[in-house]
Design a protein around this ligand. Structure first.
Ligand code: GCB
Length: 603
């Protein structure tokens, strides 16, 4: 265990990669001294990237990043942030202005802010996420760049902040690329912009950058820990968990690292008792706080064991979209509504599809007793043979594990969704699975949304070599929607070669809320209701079924859905409409989950 944790910490120290020309990631922002930079920023829409490339297409820092005021008509200047429209940060740009609804390209953001800061301390600017490629300048000086739309990143600005007004300029480009992660084709809206909060973080010269406290997977009376500080190192770190009467001082190595174990008998976190402990870490002048839960998760044959007791995952898939107006969700309020709907349906589990969701979702789910499947956007036709594509996926994986490693409710890291089978893909995903295990210290399961196979007429299974890399047999199947009609559920039987928990990561079908008719007619609520009724009966016949996450909680925007008056740019497979109305199938799923909760109660 110790070696695993050491290598995890070393891996996340790696900086300056092509995908993250950033400072090493600072974790647990809610537990630190921070100032929000959110609000109304200025913007320039720049489809030809005129503010960045000169007319020979050479990149320059001398363009819009310089944020010049336009007040001297004798000089030639062809931009100004002053007269353009403002834009909310955080927030996708697509739902803020009608002309940006389909926009894919570069948009420049600018804020001017006057921070209170202590020049004797260190400062960082942290982004919760920006989709997809981001370059950042402070007072005209380039701070760095980041690639990937759903993970956090930060830049050190110590010694770069001015007393008085500062200019922060951010270029965000959400163009799709074949070699990117995700690639050009996906079934969700490519919301662009600074989609999560921007924060100024102030720390002492030496501070606790990252840490891990997780129950040992093999000993329920042991908490395995590491701490990584940053800067001129203090000699030791103090960890306190007052409720467990733990107060432990550990020496730090010359590079600010300590790895150790604590003897403890914590009450374990579970959906029925989502117990979290107040934790305090102190190193030198730095103190941070967190609330951390402790649990184990493992498999035994086809059973999924949370804290050594069998659990059935009553789940639902969720896209990160606002509950009532379907832009990118980011706030605690959005999370409370979405997760509240999941709870209302009887869920104890959520699949946060198809990319890492904002931290509010994960943290609130933890408090509400919802287990989480966390996913990176390795989706469909990724370029398996391209080493840059791998480096990009691996960077996103490492950033999300770094952000969320202390969230005990995450029990599955999912490394891919419906990817076409090939040897190159197998190798790519085997490497990612190994990385996830290493970074995580082995405290979670590895999954992926595979696809089902009809191995004989009417007999369903999964025949995918990727399964060898995974802890569960997790897959999407759309019997009754993409595969036959609803009655196919009645005549489908299931068998699996291996003894692992079976997890259906997607099934479902579309319905427009309020469209009623014959259960044989697609897109009526009755079709979806009938499909769910037959489906739940089929689920009852699947050997080793340990959970499922039907597709999906709420209708979501998709550029692939063009049926007028029914889809209108929405994927209608939600059990709840884009306006928050429950469709009939919502209640079918709720009834089935009520039954499952009686059969396998949460402990
Ligand atoms: C899938 C994908 C999901 C789509 C869904 C659909 O298999 O994983 O991203 O949105 O099907 O509705 O077609």
């Amino acid at each position: 265990m110790k070696t695993l944790l050491v290598s995890a910490a070393l891996a996340i120290c790696a900086i300056g990669s092509a995908y993250a020309d950033t400072a090493p990631l600072i974790t647990n922002l809610p537990g630190r001294h921070t100032v929000s930079l959110d609000g109304k920023w200025r913007s320039i829409v720049d489809p030809f990237e005129n503010g960045y490339y000169d007319y020979r297409l050479n990149p320059t820092d001398n363009g819009y990043a310089q944020d010049l005021d336009y007040n001297d008509p004798t000089k030639l200047q062809e931009y100004s942030f002053e007269d353009d429209k403002s834009i909310d940060v955080p927030g996708d740009w697509n739902t803020q202005r009608p002309e940006l609804y389909y926009y894919e390209g570069t948009l420049w953001y600018r804020t001017r802010f006057t921070p209170e800061f202590d020049p004797a301390k260190r400062q960082f600017i942290h982004f919760g996420a920006a989709n997809y490629e981001t370059i950042v300048w402070l007072n005209g000086e380039r701070l760095g760049s980041h690639t990937g739309g759903f993970t956090p990143f930060n830049f050190e600005v110590t010694g770069k902040l001015r007393e008085g007004e500062n200019s922060l300029v951010v270029k965000v480009d959400n163009k799709r690329h074949p070699e990117a992660v995700p690639t050009v084709n996906a079934d969700w809206w490519n919301y662009g912009g600074i989609t999560r909060p921007v924060t100024l973080v102030e720390t002492p010269t030496s501070f606790i950058r990252d840490y891990s406290l997780q129950l040992s997977p093999t000993d329920k009376n042991r908490i395995d820990c590491y701490v990584q500080t940053d800067g001129n190192q203090p000699e030791s770190v103090l960890i306190e968990i007052p409720e467990l009467k733990i107060s432990r001082r550990e020496s730090l190595s010359p590079d600010g690292y300590a790895s150790f174990s604590l003897k403890a008998k914590p009450q374990r976190w579970s959906p029925a008792h989502p117990k979290l402990y107040d934790v305090r870490l102190i190193a030198g002048n730095d103190t941070i706080t967190d609330r951390i839960g402790f649990r184990t998760i493992r498999t035994d044959g086809t059973r999924l064991l949370l804290n050594d007791e069998e659990i059935f995952c009553r789940g639902i898939s969720i896209h990160e979209e606002r509950p009532y107006d379907s832009g990118r969700a980011w706030s605690a309020e959005h999370a409370a509504t979405l997760l509240g709907w999941a709870k209302e349906m009887g869920c104890n589990f959520v699949r946060l599809a198809h990319y890492p969701h904002n931290e509010n979702m994960v943290r609130l789910a933890e408090e509400m007793g919802l287990m989480v499947w966390s996913e990176i956007p390795v989706y469909w036709t990724i370029h398996w043979e391209n080493p840059d594509t791998y480096a990009n996926a691996s960077n996103q994986l490492s950033e999300i594990i770094t952000r969320d490693r202390n969230r005990c409710n995450i029990i599955i890291w999912s490394i891919a969704n419906e990817t076409p089978r090939s040897e190159a893909r197998r190798q790519f995903l085997a490497n990612l699975a190994a990385e996830a295990r290493k970074l995580d210290g082995g405290t979670r399961l590895i999954g992926a949304a595979m696809e089902k196979d009809e191995i004989r007429p009417g007999v369903m299974s999964v025949d995918d070599p990727l399964e060898d890399q995974l802890d569960i047999i997790s897959f999407n199947e759309y019997i009754g929607w993409y595969d036959g009609d609803s009655e196919k559920c009645d005549r489908s039987e299931w068998e699996f070669k291996t003894q692992k928990p079976v997890f259906i990561s997607e099934f479902g079908g579309g319905a427009l809320y309020g469209l009623h008719g014959d259960p044989a007619h697609r897109f009526t609520e009755e079709y979806q209701e009938d499909l769910y009724q037959r489906h739940t009966r089929m689920l009852d016949r699947i050997p080793g079924l340990a959970g499922c996450t039907p597709w999906i909680l709420k209708d979501f925007r998709s550029p692939r859905r063009h049926l007028p008056r029914i889809q209108d740019d929405f994927n209608r497979k939600g059990l709840i409409s884009d306006k928050g109305e429950r469709k009939k199938a919502f209640y079918v799923m709720k009834d089935w989950y009520d039954k499952k909760a009686k059969e396998t109660p949460d402990k």
